[in-house]
Write a new protein. Sequence first.
Length: 495
Amino acid sequence: MPLKTLFLNPPSFEKFDGGASSRWPATREIESYWYPVWLTYPAGMLEGSRLLDAPPHHIKWQEVVEILKDYEFLVLFTSTMGWDGDQKMAEVIKQTYPNIKISFVGPPVTTSPDKALNECPAIDFICRREFDFSVVEYANGKPLDEILGVSYKDKATGKILHNPDRAQVTPEQLDEMPWATEIYHRDLDVTKYSVPFLLHPYVSLYSTRGCPAQCTFCLWPQTLSGHAWRKRSTDDVAAEMKQAKELFPHVKEFFFDDDTFNIQKARTIELCEKLKPLGLTWSCTSRVTTDYDTLKAMKEAGCRLLIVGYESGDPQILKNIKKGATVQRALDFTRDCHKLGLVIHGDFILGLPGETRESIRNTIDFAKQLDCETIQVSIAHAFPGTEFFDYAKENGFITNEAMSDEGGHQMAHIEYPGLPVEYVMEMVHKFYDEYYFRPKAAFRVVWQAIVNRDVPRLYTEAKSFMSLRSKRNKAVRAVKEANAAKAQESVSMNA
């Protein structure tokens, strides 16, 4: 029998959507949670295991420690934002259960394995990049020195050892893995998961791994999933969807949370032909390079919504981040989606390399021209392990190593000459205000809530958003006042 294993997406800040499938870990403007897809695969391969997703189920650390009395091995998916709290609790767990084995997985330990092992003696080993088979082999009794892709401290010498990298999971192995949706059905309450622009309840899964795009800021392809794009067979995906429909008759929408779902036209159309008979409502990620014929096939197969990373409306910014797309292509793509009746949730980022006051204005005007149904505006964050982080660090643009405040909300931590951090934060608010307080946009949001019989949810989300908006405005004012005080102090010292 394997070690009895608990796979944990750990507790953190209130309303914090952290690791395991959240590419942008933070406390959200509106409470929302993505599924811990990464943890489902090894959880499905180990008999007697359990997947515990603490944040959406509102499970506190005390409860986690109590649950662990029945387990021999803990696999914890950590995030950059959650690292400090996670490693402190690992120490508490080790003190409580000295014989338990602890492994950390996720981007921070992939990019800085030595730092992780030196800072947290409670960790027995960490897994770099894809960890599916590494943790399963350990649970099944394989010695650490024979497991690829792991790092650990030698007990005799105290020296940190890095075993050779593990080859990426192959398409054939992806097809052989357990289905994520089966583990959800076994261990999770799907009604606890909510994302504002997806129908509730929803269920998400992957049909591929990796992303060939070279976006400099994107965390996962550079730290976890890799740039090699590997796809499950369309038969395997369709079979999982067929069963998922039976397992979750109350679910209103399925979401393909791939790094890029539809990057290959032939494969997307082939999958759509197999999804069409199932009569599902589904949504997915998309790049603006997707052509009309592919979008049409998706719509006919039940696709409702696309999450699209537009990022910026400034041509030079798109070049700086190696987006591989143009403003004109984004406009054409959006026009095609509107023509087909596909809903778009557009993602934008302020503070990317080369950002100026003018480029921010270009992006706000561009977003209003696109007129997506919903948007998300994020502050640029340079996560360790990304090309963006190296660029920002080398040029001295990182003003604060902390990316979030005490509540886990993302805060600006990069400052370019002539572009103060408080200005970028202020423009995030202005972006939302200019976009959503247009009569057309406001009416559309309300109308969709009525159509989907989701008015109570809209009220709750609007109340939450306005509350956080007020808090962030206070934070902006505090930063301005602090900077003004520093400037005055400097003047006084020089006088």
